[in-house]
Design a protein around this ligand. Structure first.
Ligand SMILES: CC(C)(COP(=O)(O)OP(=O)(O)OC[C@H]1O[C@@H](n2cnc3c(N)ncnc32)[C@H](O)[C@@H]1OP(=O)(O)O)[C@@H](O)C(=O)NCCC(=O)NCCS
Length: 147
């Protein structure tokens, strides 16, 4: 049984460690400005996630900013409740669209996103999440879901 609890500012170093295990080749995430949750298996952190509001074409949308399941806890379907948890927070903030992006070979994430009702969209300069420099490059898939 995984117990999800909002992360506090003191959890920043822990989140950085979890993130380095899940995204070993990515730049570290920015803790400030995102809402973080940690899923606890007793005293052990099993997974973590974050979202933040961003503007797309002048409209606030909810961006699934980061999410990871530690290797020992994968295969138990933990990413899907983390998507639903963040969607509930987005809805509570009045947001009507959830967005995210994955690596083009992120099969597990893509399967989970599709199962939760996400569909791909083609990013534009005003709706890209992966940065203008990456726009039009293969390698990322952008996803959206009406909340
Ligand atoms: C992506 C991640 C969060 C998924 O963890 P999880 O919730 O435990 O996912 P699961 O292992 O249960 O896999 C989900 C689905 O993908 C499938 N899957 C897992 N690995 C796969 C692979 N290599 N190829 C194809 N399908 C795969 C599973 O069979 C499952 O499919 P199903 O629901 O149709 O049975 C986890 O692997 C992770 O943290 N990875 C590193 C960080 C990362 O990529 N985060 C997401 C960024 S968008």
């Amino acid at each position: 049984m995984i117990d999800f609890r909002p992360a506090s500012p003191e959890d920043e170093a822990l989140i950085a460690r979890l993130d380095a295990l899940c995204f070993p080749v990515d730049a570290p995430p920015v803790f400030a400005g995102a809402r973080w949750q940690i899923g606890w298996d007793g005293a052990a952190p099993a997974c973590y996630c974050a979202w933040k509001p961003v503007e797309h074409d002048g409209v606030a949308v909810g961006f699934h900013y980061r999410g990871g399941v530690l290797p020992g806890w994968r295969g138990r379907g933990l990413q899907r409740p983390m998507l639903r948890l963040r969607e509930a927070e987005m809805r509570a903030q009045g947001l009507t669209l959830a967005v995210t992006y994955t690596d083009a070979d992120g099969a597990a994430s893509m399967r989970n996103l599709i199962a939760e009702g996400y569909r791909p969209y083609a990013p534009t300069p005003t709706t890209t999440l992966s940065g203008l420099g990456r726009l039009g490059r293969v390698g990322f898939v952008h996803w959206e879901k009406r909340l």
